[in-house]
Design a protein around this ligand. Structure first.
Ligand SMILES: [Zn+2]
Length: 270
């Protein structure tokens, strides 16, 4: 599933390509025909990313998209290509087109529904209006594992497994550390690191989490080969030596998800 930086990049791209002018919207597949008809011809005012949710604002109504596991956008310059496959939403202006396939959510929301969506999401490290202190109120009262809390989109929004496991490695905290063990200073550092890592990923389009001394050139090692790209410490590196200490990276399951950590570098499990 795309993490928050991908959704942020999409929001910025869609704003650049479409905001400020009327768009023609259709649903070649038909499943969004009614919604498409309602916004077609309207001016796209602005776009917004909140966690893993993407919004296109049209004034009195907003398009809400959650890509989920299989959703994908494609775009290009005119002419619009013939529709191939299940295109839920197709959008075009006088210069560009955009296709959306396979999203978990593609729906219209009125302003109170948009407010309700924002209200149920936690602090997004990529948003200047984020309230990390509210997230900490949830974390410090919880016996749940830190990894599970940081993946809970009502606590922190936009973080996925890669950012969470990597930030915990960088903080030296085991993924199973109970939330109540995280000190205020520990949270301040963890939050600042998420803001930094995710902000860089928005710029580069990939997730890199290793410090300069652990980069391939510095360690004279080959770069990582993985479809997720990026240089990381523990994510999907089970059995490989920890880049910092050489211990084999561990793998386990946590809240139904895979979890990876270094048993030497990361402490704090109950
Ligand atoms: Zn280690």
């Amino acid at each position: 599933m795309p993490e928050g930086h991908t959704v942020r990049r999409l929001a910025e791209r869609h704003r650049e390509l479409f905001a400020g002018a009327p768009v023609a919207v259709t649903s070649p597949q038909g499943r969004f025909a009614e919604g498409a008809a309602r916004i077609s011809g309207a001016v796209l005012l602005d776009t917004e990313a909140y966690g893993k949710h993407l919004l296109h604002h049209y004034g009195d109504v907003s398009l809400h998209v959650h890509l989920g596991l299989y959703g994908k956008f494609a775009d290009g310059d005119l002419p619009v290509p013939p529709p191939v496959g299940q295109i839920r939403l197709r959008m075009a202006n006088t210069r560009h087109w955009l296709d959306l396939r396979g999203p978990t959510a593609c729906e219209l929301l009125d302003p109170p529904e948009v407010d309700a969506l924002r209200a149920r999401l936690g602090a997004d490290p990529l948003r200047p209006d984020a309230k990390p202190e509210q997230a900490y109120e949830r974390i410090r009262r919880s016996d749940q594992a830190l990894a599970a809390l940081l993946l809970d989109q009502s606590v922190v929004a936009g973080t996925g497994l890669i950012f969470v496991l990597e930030a915990l490695f960088r903080a030296g905290l085991a993924p199973t550390t109970p939330g109540r063990r995280l000190t205020p200073d520990g949270w301040r550092e963890l939050w600042a690191d998420l803001v930094d890592l995710m902000g860089k990923a928005v710029v580069s389009g990939r997730i890199d989490t290793v410090r300069p001394e652990h980069e391939p050139q510095a360690m004279r090692r080959p770069p990582r080969v993985d479809r997720h790209g990026g240089e990381v410490y523990v994510y999907r590196r089970p059995g490989l030596p920890c880049l910092a200490c050489g211990t084999e990276v561990s793998r386990g399951e946590l809240a139904g998800r895979n979890s990876y950590w270094c048993a030497t570098c990361q402490k704090g499990a109950a």
